[in-house]
Design a protein around this ligand. Structure first.
Ligand SMILES: [Zn+2]
Length: 78
């Protein structure tokens, strides 16, 4: 487990299909793929898609830490 350099939260690194490492919140979330969804999810195979949280779904994904980091602006500055 690693930690976010700016806010200290625990994060996990997932590699997207494009080969880009992406910091994510360590807790998997049940979601339903939705092109109009507000959140971006990455699953364990590295597939990135938009979705909406749905506790009845059988899909789990991880939310990019950039979306939840209180200091996200610091990531963007670099
Ligand atoms: Zn953070």
């Amino acid at each position: 487990m690693s930690r976010c350099k700016s806010c200290g939260a625990e994060i996990i690194w997932l590699r997207t299909k494009a080969g880009k490492p992406m910091p994510c919140d360590p807790k998997p979330i049940l979601y339903r793929p939705d092109p109009k969804g507000e959140q971006t999810y990455v699953n364990e195979s590295g597939i990135v898609c938009k979705g909406t949280p749905d506790t009845e779904s059988d899909r789990t994904g991880y939310i990019s830490h950039f979306a939840t980091c209180p200091n996200a602006f610091m990531h963007r500055r670099r």
